[in-house]
Write a protein that binds this ligand. Structure first.
Ligand code: HEM
Length: 142
């Protein structure tokens, strides 16, 4: 039962994390359209800061805690190829989270120089990684 409870909490936390990873770049796309210092730009800064700090950061930490919890309860998982592939994609997902935190800081300091198109492409990276992660963990292809 304990394993199933941890897995349920793991899936809840990854859904919250993914929601933020898919929404924050979208906010950056619209933030590019407004003038630095404008009321709308200041509102985007508040939304981006709250999304990252109040949802994405805690959800990422919870996903790791519950994920590692399941590995501690089932150490033989660490010999499995699917988990190696999954953890590689999770590290890339974490790297994209860290990049978004850096870009958020640049918007907050009115220092963004990247075009909308950059953030539209950046928005696709977590989606592609998530597709790989879910296939690895549910299908366990190797
Ligand atoms: C953050 C580090 C992570 C670790 C250490 C981790 C580890 C694990 C482990 C050991 C399981 C149990 C597998 C099983 O019982 O069959 C699991 C289940 C799962 N993980 Fe993760 N995971 C992590 C992140 C993620 C992320 C980012 C996603 C999705 C984007 C994800 C999606 C899932 C899903 C959907 C399950 C349930 C699979 C099932 O019911 O069979 N995990 N995870």
């Amino acid at each position: 039962m304990l394993y199933e409870w941890i897995k349920a909490l793991h899936v809840i936390s990854i859904i919250a994390w993914m929601a933020g990873l898919l929404y924050l770049p979208r906010l950056f796309v619209y933030h590019c359209e407004v003038a630095a210092g404008s009321d709308t730009s200041e509102r985007f800064k508040v939304m981006e800061r709250r999304l990252l700090r109040a949802i994405m950061n805690p959800a990422m930490i919870a996903a790791y805690v519950f994920g590692i919890g399941m590995i501690v309860l089932t150490p033989e998982w660490m010999k499995q190829g699917w988990l190696h592939a999954k953890l590689l994609f999770v590290l890339l997902l974490t790297a994209s989270h860290m990049m978004m935190a850096k870009w958020r800081r640049e918007f907050a300091e009115d220092r963004n120089t990247r075009p909308q198109r950059f953030y539209r492409i950046a928005n696709e990276v977590p989606t592609l990684l998530m597709i790989g992660i879910v296939i690895f963990v549910i299908v366990k292809p190797f």
